[in-house]
Structure formats: C-alpha cells, structure tokens
Design a protein around this ligand. Structure first.
Ligand SMILES: NC(=O)c1ccc[n+]([C@@H]2O[C@H](COP(=O)([O-])OP(=O)(O)OC[C@H]3O[C@@H](n4cnc5c(N)ncnc54)[C@H](OP(=O)(O)O)[C@@H]3O)[C@@H](O)[C@H]2O)c1
Length: 304
C-alpha cells in the first residue's frame, strides 16, 4: 500500500513537471486572429468553442461542417459579425479537397485550428462492418491530418512564421478504451500519437494542444455508429456530462497558460481508471471484461 502511495505521488509530481509549459507564452492577440472550427453544430463542443472565440472578439471565424442548415443555425446563434461557413463532409475525401481549396482561396491566415468534428461508436468489434472503422478513422483522424497538411502555409507552418495553435479534441478514451468502442478508442489513441509527434516537430511556431474530455453533455452518443446505422440514444453518462462551454473555457485558459494536454470533465471513475491502467495490474482489464459481459446480458435480456 505504502509503495502504491509513493508511486502515485511520484507520478503526480512527474506528470505536473512534464506537462508544465516550457516557457510562458505571450498573451494571445485574439483581435487579429482567425479561428477555424470543425463540427460546430449547436449544443456541441465545437459550437461552445465558437461562442468562446466570439466573446474574445477574434477577427474572423470559419465554421466547417457537413450540414449547411446546421452551419447556418450555428452562424445565426453567434454574436459575431464575421463568420464564414464552409460545407464539408469529413467522411468524403473529395468533399474535403474541395473545402480545402475554398479555405485556401480566401488567403486568410489561420491562427487557431480547432479539430473538433468527431463520431463515436456503439458496437462490438466483430459486428462492426469494416466500412464503419474506416469512416470513424476518416472523420476523427485522417480528415484533420489532411486539414493540417493542406492549411500548413496559411498557418505559417511552412515558413515557421509567427505562432499558430492546433487544438485537437481527443478523448479520455484515448487512454481508457471501453468495450464496444474499438474503432473510436483506437482513433482517439491515434490522435494522441499524432499530437505528440506534431508538438515536437512544430515546437517553436505552433502550439499543439490535445484536449481529452471525459463525458460532455452533447449529441455524440445520439450520432454514434452501430453495426447497422446510428445509435440514436443519449447515454445517461453523456446526459450527465459537463456542459460543452466548460470544455471551451478550460481550453482557452490552457491556451493562455501554454498547456499541451488538457484533461477536462473527468469524473472520479475516469481518474481511477487511468490510475489503474498504469498501476493496477490486471484490475482495469477485469472491470472492462465485466462491463462487457453485463452489457451483453442486458442486450440478450431485451431481445428475449
Ligand atoms: N461528448 C462527449 O462526451 C465527448 C467526450 C470526449 C470527446 N469528445 C469529442 O468531442 C468532439 C465533439 O463532439 P461533441 O461531443 O460535441 O458531439 P457532437 O455534438 O455530435 O459534435 C460532433 C460534430 O462532428 C460533426 N461531424 C460528425 N461526422 C462528420 C462528418 N462526416 N463530416 C463533418 N462533420 C462531422 C457533427 O456534425 P453533425 O451535427 O452534422 O452530425 C458535429 O458537428 C468529438 O471529436 C468527440 O469525439 C466528446
């Protein structure tokens, strides 16, 4: 027990030391900045980012999403005079290419790229068609890789000019993989790796921030993919999650402090699970196996 407590204290101290900003960043000049946000649908985390950046009076906001009517609704809801909307289905590479050309043709410098659009999953590995895995990875990872690549010159990454920011919304599930989320958890773990690598490569000219929210009260579970379509249910965990604005507010605070990994909305179960993953031997594995068996029993009960 004593050894576990000492190990936990050491880890906490080391983590705090490792995640500290290497040097305090200069205060961002929001008024001259342009922000591009993916997946800004009403009541989601992307929309909360748009609200926060509106309040900070950034110069321009570009919203990128798959539904024109949702983009229009987001724009009308925001108190900002300069919002451009661009339609883009991230699951379709041609749609992404055409949206990238539109953004590039504006020749606007992008100071903050908020990689937020994402899609979740509620299905066992074996019942999930391969096409669903591809779609999840395309939306959660590859589309944003293409965006960062395609916008590199507008973000000053090519000429290492000035300081831009990439805020990538990952998840606590990049660390703790739940059953029936194999594609989702794998895609978010890949996001983590991408952010770590980019952070090292871009260290002097772009701040790469990985945001790992716990449960947030949005439509994520409603829109999650199953083995045969959409889940169409709001899980109680999602319903009882923190409001999306808390994520946006915490991230703005993190940007100003120069943080690189931001954990927000982790309940005690998430904290214990993360601790168990690294220090709990096989305990977390046993919990996940029981969770899966229970969910399978409940589904069988419903189908009987
Ligand atoms: N809510 C949580 O508990 C939670 C926890 C950890 C991480 N996250 C992450 O937070 C991010 C935002 O999710 P959210 O919780 O705010 O859920 P959300 O309201 O469902 O937002 C997801 C956004 O992604 C967009 N999107 C999905 N598929 C797309 C596609 N093919 N092309 C373009 N846009 C697409 C959605 O558009 P439509 O409205 O058209 O579907 C929506 O705007 C996601 O990356 C998610 O993984 C959420």
């Amino acid at each position: 027990m004593l050894r576990a407590v000492i190990a936990a204290s050491l880890i906490t101290t080391l983590t705090a030391y490792t995640l500290r900003p290497l040097r305090p960043p200069p205060k961002p000049s929001y008024e001259t900045s342009t922000v591009l946000i993916t997946g800004p649908s009403l009541n989601g985390i992307g929309h909360a980012f748009a609200q926060s950046f509106s309040s900070l009076r950034v110069s321009k906001i570009i919203l990128l999403g798959r539904s024109l009517s949702k983009l229009e609704a987001a724009r009308s809801s925001l108190p900002h005079p300069n919002i451009e909307i661009i339609q883009c289905d991230f699951s379709s590479p041609p749609s992404l290419t055409s949206s990238l050309s539109k953004i590039k043709s504006t020749n606007t410098r992008i100071d903050y790229l908020i990689c937020n659009a994402g899609i979740s999953q509620r299905s066992t590995f074996l019942s999930t068609p391969l096409s669903t895995f591809y779609e999840i990875f395309q939306v959660n990872l590859f589309s944003h890789v293409a965006l960062i690549h395609g916008l590199s010159s507008l973000m000053g990454l090519d000429d290492r000019d000035n300081k831009s920011h990439i805020v990538y919304v990952s998840s606590v599930q990049s660390v703790i993989a739940l059953p029936e989320r194999s594609g989702y958890s794998a895609s978010k773990a890949a996001v983590s790796g991408l952010c770590d690598s980019l952070r090292a490569e871009f260290s002097d000219f772009c701040n790469v921030i990985e945001v790992r929210p716990g449960y947030v009260s949005t439509s994520l579970s409603l829109n999650a993919l199953t083995s045969s379509g959409k889940y169409n249910k709001t899980d109680s965990t999602t319903l009882n999650g923190i409001p999306p604005r808390k994520v946006a507010e915490r991230v703005i605070e993190g940007i100003e402090k120069g943080e690189s990994v931001i954990d927000v909305g982790w309940d005690w179960k998430s904290r214990v699970a993360v601790w168990l993953k690294f220090w709990g031997g096989g305990v977390l594995r046993g919990i996940m196996e029981r969770r899966f068996r229970k969910s399978q029993r409940e589904k069988k009960g419903l189908n009987d």
